[in-house]
Design a protein around this ligand. Sequence first.
Ligand SMILES: Nc1ncnc2c1ncn2[C@@H]1O[C@H](COP(=O)(O)OP(=O)(O)OP(=O)(O)O)[C@@H](O)[C@H]1O
Ligand SMILES: [Mg+2]
Length: 381
Amino acid sequence: MTTADHFAELATRRSVVVCCGTGGVGKTTAAAAIALEAARRGRNACVVTIDPAKRLANALGIESLSDTPAEIAPAIWDPAGTSTGRLSALMLDTKSTFDRLVTRYAGDEDQSRRILDNRFYRNVSGALGGTQEYMAMEKLHELHAEGGYDLIVVDTPPTRHALDFVDAPARLLRLLDNRVFRLLMMPTRAYLKVASIAVQTFLRTVARVVGRDVIDDVVAFFRAFEGMEAGFRERAAKVQELIADDETAFVLVTTPRRDALDEAEFFAHRLTDHSLSVSALIVNRVHPSFTDTPLTVLHAEAERLAADDPARAERYRALAGLETVARHERAELTRLRERLAHADVVLVPLLAHDVHDLDGLATIADHLFGARPLPPDTASA
Ligand SMILES: Nc1ncnc2c1ncn2[C@@H]1O[C@H](COP(=O)(O)OP(=O)(O)OP(=O)(O)O)[C@@H](O)[C@H]1O
Ligand SMILES: [Mg+2]
């Protein structure tokens, strides 16, 4: 099987693809392009995006944050009408996903009101570190269990801590097991009896810093969650299972710059530490190479033409500049390929424009899935 076949398997066989990588490399673009390709190949695909560029969101029909996927009319993404697939998109709204979880899993309306009206909850539900990652996981779990999709492609937030997304369920489980948390979750009386002096001292100290009100809100918040903990625990465990399952693939997105490639390698190792592996590496925004002519020759040619034909000389200079970048990138890529020998590497060229509509996504998908390869010397580097 060629790399393109391997990569195609992500869109045709897997049921979950997670696109991760550092900020700005093209995760959202790649996720949408993979979902588009799956739909073009006849599957019912959904992309869960996080903070897409406004114009792309527009093109996908998801300009407002929402909690349920919107189906994109086939006429838009399949103008020839040849596919039987379906394509949906969702822009994850952390706060409304969290709210809906509360409403859905609370014991009764009173409990959900107590949580939703809690000041601490209102302040943190959208902003708490890791909440976005965790809610993306909850959404994935929900769509996977109930959405009826063949493939869900998940975009991940730009995070400085590369694995926040993968760690989110485990972190929640750790929080639920935390002693202070367990005490906070106890009904008031039992809590007062059991709360050790250490915990009370801790809370008093915290109260001095952040104010008694905040502590009261926090305690009330955790208490309001009583009975819902088991559900969170169960779903977190299921999500962990789903992530580790063979039907799930991790796609690492990077650019050919050294810092991004180093991060990608680090990320790949961290996934391995979690017994997960990178199925494919997308190197996005690669500068194509147009010639094998040595750079010295291109520069010499520019010098030679400078006096008689300055316009032509300038073109040689520009070509030499481009080739310098392209060759540097290829050298970096060769290094990375040696170090990540097991992952398929797919290259996507730097396009002349941002990718903000379905045509742009189709072009990216064509490159990803081999319909439009880069010039051979670049692709084989
Ligand atoms: N191959 C490409 N050629 C040209 N522009 C591209 C290409 N891939 C992505 N872009 C553009 O680069 C920008 C960043 O892409 P994208 O939003 O997909 O990155 P991201 O990794 O999701 O970013 P963030 O970490 O901020 O979420 C977008 O404007 C997108 O249109
Ligand atoms: Mg993004």
